[in-house]
Design a protein around this ligand. Structure first.
Ligand SMILES: [Zn+2]
Length: 405
């Protein structure tokens, strides 16, 4: 039961039921495509004729498209409906501590082109580097109409203003990145915190709908650590839009210093920077060491490879991260009672080495049997989770339920 906000509501009009049904059609096709009109009507629980105008409108608006006919046992060959995705383009940008990636993708987050470069220290330099690259990508691939740019950063973002409020890994505070990039490219730009965007991608770009995908917490382990919390199919944002910053909730008040300036944050134990620093014997939060870590070409993939070849110190560094990861996951489970926890990031490539350690640590602090049984699932098979998240910033807007009342 959601309370109606009497200061800010959307009054129902004559077109409201149509708008709702349009979104239901769009989502049914998205999840079950290819779908015939007869099957769509069955799933909508209406007579087929009741859908004719709605479907034709969506086809002529270029939102749905008609694909090949399908063979049926009775010999009729219905024309199948698809959501139009392949010729709708998005520029996805993932700004990270060391590297920034730019991907041209379609509406299903398929990679059409990808390039990366060293992340500049200043936001103005980032925009100066991004703009010609984006223009060239669009030109080279003959994209006349681009839906916009989705950009993700490790840090807190005010989604409404597009301002980066605080990004400890990048060392940026109150940066008007969206307006800078939108003015320079003339495209629509959406900016989001990377774990939040990863959760959106899990919610909107996963092939099928089930109860687990409506209630989950996506924990992104990257340069920073953060969580995207989805409750009943909706992302939890909070009053200041920065909910889910579990990375900066302490595991221990006397713990190691974090890049945010506080001590003992979950991130200070579990981020890729922390794991690499642990192995290399560096303190991740020391400014000089931060530069060293940025410059040194030693990646999480290298660390995992060493652990696999019997480097005991590499194995210990990963397992220690796994234990702290599990302890923090227990906090997330206690706070939100999700149907599942999804873990994303490079660390998941070592899941066979640390998955057991993560689960054991999480179970140790579970308060109920249900909490202890919460599945902790690595987001395998997703090659670029954050770029997928950046794409989802534009895609989700097309499928989300209309806000009513
Ligand atoms: Zn912190």
């Amino acid at each position: 039961m959601r309370k109606i906000n009497t200061d800010q509501f959307r009054r129902g009009t004559r077109s409201t039921p149509r708008e709702i049904n349009r979104k239901i059609v769009l989502n049914l096709v998205r999840e079950h495509q290819p779908l015939s009109r007869a099957d769509l009507a069955r799933r909508m629980q209406v007579a087929r004729g009741a859908l004719t105008t709605l479907v034709e409108d969506l086809v002529s608006a270029g939102v749905l498209c008609e694909g090949e006919t399908a063979d049926t046992p009775r010999g009729r060959k219905p024309t199948m409906l698809y959501v139009r995705t392949r010729d709708r383009f998005v520029v996805a940008v993932d700004v990270r501590f060391r590297r920034t990636s730019v991907m041209l993708s379609d509406f299903e987050a398929r990679e059409l082109a990808l390039e990366t470069f060293s992340t500049p220290a200043e936001p103005e330099a980032l925009v100066a580097e991004l703009v010609p690259r984006i223009r060239r990508l669009l030109r080279t691939h003959g994209v006349a109409e681009c839906e916009g740019i989705g950009l993700v950063v490790p840090g807190m973002v005010d989604r409404r203003s597009g301002r980066i409020l605080n990004s400890p890994p990048l060392g940026w505070k109150n940066v008007e990145l969206r307006s800078m990039l939108a003015d320079a490219t003339g495209l629509r730009v959406f900016i989001e915190n990377s774990p939040t965007a990863c959760a959106l991608a899990h919610l909107w770009l996963s092939p099928s709908h089930n109860v687990e995908t409506d209630n989950f917490v996506y924990v992104a382990v990257s340069d920073g650590v953060g969580a995207g919390v989805v409750v009943d199919g909706e992302l939890l944002r909070g009053h200041g839009e920065t909910a889910g910053e579990f990375g900066h909730i302490p595991l221990s008040l006397d713990g190691p210093p974090c890049m945010c300036g506080l001590r003992g944050c979950w991130e200070a134990y579990t981020s890729n920077i922390a794991t690499r620093a642990r192995y290399l014997g560096l303190e991740a939060s020391m400014p000089g060491n931060r530069e060293t870590l940025r410059e040194v070409g030693f990646t999480m993939a290298d660390l995992i490879a060493r652990a696999r070849t019997g480097d005991e110190a590499a194995k210990r560094a990963l397992e220690e991260t796994g234990r702290y990861l599990g302890l923090g996951v227990a906090n997330v489970i206690t706070a939100f009672s999700p149907a599942q926890i999804v873990i994303g990031g490079e660390i998941t490539r070592a899941w066979d080495l640390i998955g057991g350690v993560v689960e054991k640590a999480a179970r140790q602090r579970a308060l109920t049997d249900a909490a202890a049984g919460t599945p902790i699932i690595p987001a395998h098979g997703v090659e670029f989770p954050r770029l997928r998240g950046a794409t989802a910033l534009l895609v989700a807007r097309h499928f989300a339920a209309p806000q009513v009342a």
